[in-house]
Design a protein around this ligand. Structure first.
Ligand code: CAA
Length: 389
């Protein structure tokens, strides 16, 4: 990797790599086959501090920067993309939302146990009929005395069945067609609230050991103190949260791509055809070379973006670019790996089959590749406008 690392970053990468290869990797194929979430792995992640990486030490986190977090996340994703999405969502979205917009009381109550990994976090924005078009959401929040009553269904919630804290984005004022993103608020929801239910669990192509569920709110009574930040600013908070989340998904995708490359390097060195190891063939060398070059360039952009974020800059443009490049690299590299393995790549005896299935969702969730391109194009015009002023 080109990125220069500090001694501390090297240590954290080594810790994450050892934990991932010794504790997660050996369990990943079986958990995938059984579509089973392993709470023990989440507890170990918490014990190592990997669920509070960017939370300040005063709230029991590690107080590290974004780059260090993404370095660790890539290592976890090399071993298992399902564990990586848990780590990504928890660190990038609900905890950062509480840290940035939460009250002192909310931080004390939820951020501290989240930093220690005692409560897992989830983010609930999408709905059955509001996916890419997030501001068309219809989940309703109505004021009732000292409470809010939430009614509606949220979809595609990663870790939603396991979470102790869920950041829910709901409409707190009637929709005005020309300002659909206004009148939306964010709420801190816990599964013990009356009216909360976990709905269907999705039977997915990949990331099978990360549970993805619907959440159903039936007049769920949410105390007014659980409103996050200011009423009516929930859509902006969600978009800012996705700016962070997309960096995590990019690191996850780079981890998947790197796993595809590493397995390919090993296999091409030991697999012999036509009397020689297949690494001697140019057709194979070209695949390996392109995989390496694409991974390094996606990673370099992501790391520069992380450093810009840590300098306090807005990273919407480069975050979307990073997510787009990394996720398309992951899908492409996993496809090349399956091809390089031939028939062995198409069966479950080797890990590249799982990588192929896991890679696909990185082009879909936290904004599809099409949405990233829309964001990038809009931001390019906005940047030009700013330069002209
Ligand atoms: N930061 C801050 N504010 C932002 C922003 C950002 N990055 N992006 C938009 N906003 C603000 C705008 O400034 C605007 O504010 P005003 O009303 O004050 O002018 C407001 O939000 C509305 O913005 P747009 O007009 O751009 O809204 P839009 O309806 O055109 O939608 C979109 C924009 C980019 C398409 C957005 O809907 C989007 O990102 N869609 C994809 C949703 C997504 O990624 N979903 C994934 C859910 S999470 C998940 O995948 C599951 C999981 O658990 C992993």
């Amino acid at each position: 990797m080109l990125t220069p690392l500090t001694d501390q970053q090297r240590e954290i990468v080594a810790l994450a790599r050892t934990f991932a290869s010794e504790e997660i990797g050996p369990r990943a194929a079986l958990l995938d086959r059984e579509a089973r979430f392993d709470r023990g792995i989440a507890e170990q992640l918490g014990a190592l501090g990997f669920l509070g990486m960017m939370i300040p030490e005063e709230y029991d986190g590690l107080g590290l920067d974004t780059l260090t977090y993404l370095l660790a996340l890539e290592e976890i994703a090399v071993a298992d993309a399902s564990t990586a999405v848990l780590m990504s969502v928890h660190n990038s979205m609900p905890t950062q939302m509480l840290l940035t917009f939460g009250s002192a009381e909310q931080k004390e109550r939820w951020l501290r146990p989240m930093a220690r990994g005692e409560l897992l976090g989830a983010f609930a924005l999408s709905e059955p009929d509001a996916g890419s078009d997030a501001s068309s959401l219809v989940c309703r929040a109505e004021r009732d005395g000292d409470d809010w009553l939430l009614t509606g269904t949220k979809s595609w919630v990663s870790t939603g069945s396991e979470a102790g804290v869920i950041l829910v984005i709901a409409r707190s004022s009637p929709m005005v067609p020309e300002h659909r993103s206004r009148g939306i608020s964010a709420f801190v929801v816990t599964p013990d609230l009356p009216g909360f239910a976990v709905g269907r669990k999705e039977d997915k192509m990949g990331l099978r050991s990360s549970p993805t569920v619907q959440l159903v709110f039936d007049q769920m009574r949410v105390p007014a103190a659980n409103l996050l930040g200011e009423e009516g600013r929930g859509f902006e908070y969600a978009m800012r949260s996705l700016d962070n989340g997309r960096l995590g998904i990019a690191a996850q995708a780079i981890g998947i791509a790197r796993a595809a490359l590493e397995h390919s390097l090993d296999y091409a060195a030991q697999r012999a055809q036509f009397g020689t190891a297949i690494r001697e063939f140019e057709a194979i060398q070209f695949k390996l070379a392109d995989m390496g070059a694409r991974i390094e360039s996606a990673r370099a952009l992501l790391h520069l973006t992380a450093m810009a974020k840590d300098r306090g800059e807005r990273t919407t443009l480069h975050g979307s670019m990073s997510k787009l490049l990394a996720s398309e690299t992951a899908m492409w590299a996993a496809t090349q790996a399956v091809q390089l393995f031939g028939g062995y790549g198409y069966v479950k005896d080797y890990p590249v089959e799982r990588l192929f299935r896991d890679a696909k969702v990185t082009e879909i969730y936290e904004g599809t590749s099409e949405i990233q391109r829309i964001v990038i194009a809009r931001e390019l015009y906005a940047e030009r406008e700013r330069e002209r002023r």
